[in-house]
Design a protein around this ligand. Structure first.
Ligand SMILES: [Zn+2]
Ligand SMILES: [Zn+2]
Length: 316
């Protein structure tokens, strides 16, 4: 169930079409683009220059625990400033400061971690914002500027995660990292499985291949989808015709068309859990009015859009 609740601390939803209940834990899509968003640098013909509706910020999710007044981010993107402003307008925090109770980061590519820079002394000068990352990424942040300065000045406080080991947050929300195959120059790359006392989601914005995940990491996409209520999946490219003049066989990422093909045999309920995210500026699904978007929806899948809000747990 998707709610688009603007300017509201509490979101409401109908249960069995009759009773309104307060949402206890909600998920907000803060961005759905690839790392560099859209329009990208050096693309004067991008329609987003003319139409702000077609602009994309980099992929990020926020998890809002209304019950305990906690807000967690998944990724710190280069668009963090605008994304936090959106979150403040949708689900403001009563806490002093930024109201960020923790940031989970999948890997060290610019769209996923570079927004940490806004926590430093040139911007927010934040105090001890918890940052949860895998060991290689932790090491990278501690040993390389400008990130090391965030650690030294205690703008951020790093806690290391471990593969497959569940981290439990206030209110019993759990976050479990799962390694995925990706271009790991500076860090490992993970997906996150998040469970509340209501619903759960998988977040895998960047992966080289579903087959490699299955063969080398013993994780079948279909099994993970079966174990969660929502699955935010890497949709960087739509198909192999997308980058004229480039040999796309050399470029990883499962194509949206291929992912749909792989999952087409699943029942309607399972396919509807899939929300494609992290789309490149060249991917036609970035335009809600495109034929590609309609094709994805017709096949029973969903596309994550900035501002989407899901209620994961309802107050009893
Ligand atoms: Zn990315
Ligand atoms: Zn990446």
């Amino acid at each position: 169930m998707i709610l688009r609740c603007l300017f509201a601390l509490w979101c409401f939803l109908l249960v069995d079409g009759a009773t309104a209940n307060e949402c206890e834990v909600s998920l907000v899509v803060l961005g759905a683009g690839q790392d560099a968003g859209a329009p990208q640098i050096g693309n004067p013909a991008d329609p987003g220059w003319q139409d702000p509706e077609l602009r994309l910020t980099a992929t990020a999710l926020a998890l809002v625990d209304h019950e305990n007044d906690k807000r967690y981010l998944f990724e710190a993107t280069p668009h963090l400033t605008a994304q936090l402003q959106r979150l403040d307008s949708m689900a403001p925090s009563a806490a002093p400061g930024l109201g960020i109770d923790g940031i989970f980061i999948t890997h060290a590519h610019i769209g996923h971690y570079a927004g940490l820079m806004f926590l430093g002394r040139e911007a927010a000068g934040a105090r001890e914002v918890p940052v949860w990352v895998m060991p290689r990424l932790a090491n990278y942040l501690r040993r390389n500027g400008p990130w090391s300065q965030l650690v030294a000045l205690e703008n951020i406080q790093i806690t290391e995660l471990a593969q497959g080991t569940t981290k439990t947050l206030a209110g019993g929300i759990t976050v479990t990292p799962q390694l995925v195959p990706h271009r790991d120059e500076f860090s490992e790359t993970v997906a996150f499985v998040v469970r509340t006392n209501g619903q759960s989601f998988l977040f895998v914005p960047d992966i080289d291949s579903w087959d490699t995940w299955e063969e080398d990491y013993d994780t079948a996409l279909e099994d993970v989808i079966a174990s969660v209520d929502y699955a935010f999946l890497d949709a960087t490219f739509f198909d192999d015709n997308e980058l004229p003049g480039r040999d796309m066989s050399k470029i990883p990422h499962p194509r949206v068309a291929a992912t749909m093909q792989r999952l087409q045999h699943l029942p309607d309920a399972a396919r509807s859990r899939v929300h494609f995210i992290h789309y490149n500026h060249s991917n036609p699904i970035r335009d809600p009015a495109s034929a590609a978007t309609q094709h994805v929806l017709d096949r029973g899948f969903s596309i994550a859009r900035e501002g989407d809000q899901l209620c994961l747990a309802v107050q009893n």
